[in-house]
Design a protein around this ligand. Structure first.
Ligand code: NDP
Ligand code: HSE
Length: 443
């Protein structure tokens, strides 16, 4: 193998993350050179609008609007795809892999949607695809799962995987600030996706959960095979009620595997966590992931989950792996157990039916404030064999109504969905009920 003496990096995208990568690589060029014995060059960058003001100084000669030209430039060794989305980003990624290059990506949506195609292209053409920044920002969770915890079979992985949602929920609790105002701040701070619906509706966390499930179990679970709920319907009433009941509300991704049945499940939903749980105390833009393996037990990882610097830190760790690949020829450990499973003859896990997933539930209903309402609702829960644990009634935001909050004992998704559908049909119920899960994780 011819070892390059200069390694050229091409950035496709120079927005929040791209500028962070540029800034921190530029700052640490001497250290990186000393560490790897090779010169690094920030060679080219593709953007949409070359005239846009940026926080880093880049010679105009290095800027282009042609991302594919950067991806296929024969002088570029490492291509960082930091554009986002699943169209141009996919073309850029596949073109670079087909040219045998190393692609470093922060793009969880792309990986979740096209992971099979991307890894196949990398394998076929001798390229590499590295994606530490795609999950949990600055937390090295990909490395932890792929390398540090390689001895383990994972029964439970759950965590806060979306910084924007955690930032919103935290400020709603601490300041009582309006949701829309906090979301606007999350955008300004560079935490939110270009399409913020991906964050607040739970899709971004679902993309990340899909990647973690792949790393842990070797199968791609698509978002339409998961439960995915977001935070956009959570109100001050829910946050206050949760606190009164001894909980915090966090948007969690939960990945389970039952090795007896060989079934896995993946879900994302706002969850009531007991106030003293570690993850209940992880606030603002921070993410946290609890990983339970059969050898190590439970390990927990906490750090900034979004934003320029934390994400750049993760991208640069992949760039360091890429340099090692280019200079020492060291392969990155196979990213998922699937290849090992095939060698070992183990069967890939199946998806557990979503209706079988069990939990305790929190239900908030806006109902007419009149006699007989509770009895109608209790009849429906009884018919679905959903057992009520607590009932609280309080004034609703609208004058003619009351908020009715139920918590249930353990039930399953099929029964609770049935209950919700029937409750929503009652004349006394004025808005679609809100369903939250109560998280009692046995690690
Ligand atoms: P931004 O929207 O800030 O940046 C996107 C960049 O892509 C911009 O520089 C933009 O150019 C460029 N771009 C867009 N369209 C084109 C095009 N047609 N041709 C060339 N360049 C184009 O996004 P982020 O930096 O926030 O996110 C990038 C990726 O990183 C996404 O996949 C995101 O999900 C992921 N990510 C983001 C994190 C964060 O905290 N922000 C954290 C972890 C992952 P221009 O500047 O001229 O508009
Ligand atoms: N929008 C994402 C978040 C960025 O808020 O978590 C990090 O992936």
């Amino acid at each position: 193998m011819n070892k390059p003496t200069v390694i050229n990096i091409g950035l496709c995208g120079l927005g929040t993350v791209g500028q962070g990568v540029w800034k921190h690589i530029e700052r640490s060029l001497p250290e990186l050179k000393a560490r790897f014995g090779v010169k690094l060059e920030l060679y080219r960058a593709a953007v949409k609008d070359p005239k846009k003001p940026r926080s880093v100084e880049i010679p105009a000669s290095k800027l282009t609007t042609d991302a594919l030209a950067v991806a296929t430039d024969p002088h570029v060794h490492i291509v960082c795809e930091l554009i986002g989305g699943t169209t141009l980003a996919r073309d850029v990624t596949l073109a670079a892999l087909k040219a045998g290059k190393i692609v470093v990506s922060a793009n969880k949506a792309l990986l979740c949607e096209h992971g099979v195609e991307i890894f196949a292209a990398a394998k076929k053409h001798g390229g590499h695809f590295l994606f530490e920044a795609s999950v949990a920002g600055g937390i090295p969770i990909i490395k932890a799962l792929r390398e540090g915890l390689i001895a383990n079979r994972f029964t439970l992985i759950y965590g806060i995987l979306n910084g924007t949602c955690n930032y919103i929920l935290t400020r709603m609790v601490k300041e009582g600030a309006p949701y829309a105002e906090i979301l606007a701040d999350a955008k300004r701070l560079g935490y939110a996706e270009a399409d913020e619906a991906l964050d607040v509706q739970g899709w971004d966390a679902a993309h990340k959960a899909s990647i973690l499930a792949y790393l842990a179990h070797g199968v791609w679970v698509k978002t339409d095979q998961m439960i995915v709920d977001g935070i956009s319907r959570i109100t001050q009433t829910d946050l206050k009620m949760a606190a009164q009941l001894g909980y915090c509300i966090k948007l969690l991704a939960v990945i389970t595997r039952d090795f007896a049945t060989n079934e896995i499940s993946v879900r994302v939903h706002p969850t009531l966590l007991p106030k003293d749980a570690v993850l209940a105390n992880v606030n603002s833009v921070f993410n946290a992931i609890s990983v339970t393996g059969d050898v190590v037990g439970t390990t927990t990882y906490i750090g900034r989950g979004a934003g320029q610097d934390a994400t750049a830190s993760a991208v640069i760790s992949d760039i360091a792996d890429a340099i090692t690949l280019l200079t020492a020829g060291k392969a990155v450990v196979a990213c998922a157990p699937s290849e090992n499973q095939l060698r070992g003859g183990a069967e890939a896990p199946k998806l557990a039916p979503l209706g079988h997933i069990r939990s305790r539930y929190y239900l908030r209903m806006t109902v007419k404030d009149e006699p007989g309402v509770l009895a109608q609702i209790a009849t429906i829960t009884a018919e679905s064999s959903v057992s009520i644990a607590t009932v609280i009634q309080m004034a609703a935001e609208r004058p003619d109504a009351a908020s009715l909050i139920l918590t249930t004992h353990q039930s399953d998704e099929r029964a609770i969905r049935h209950t919700l559908t029937d409750i929503a049909k009652l004349d006394c119920v004025l808005e679609p009920p809100l369903l939250l899960r109560i998280g009692d994780f046995q690690e």
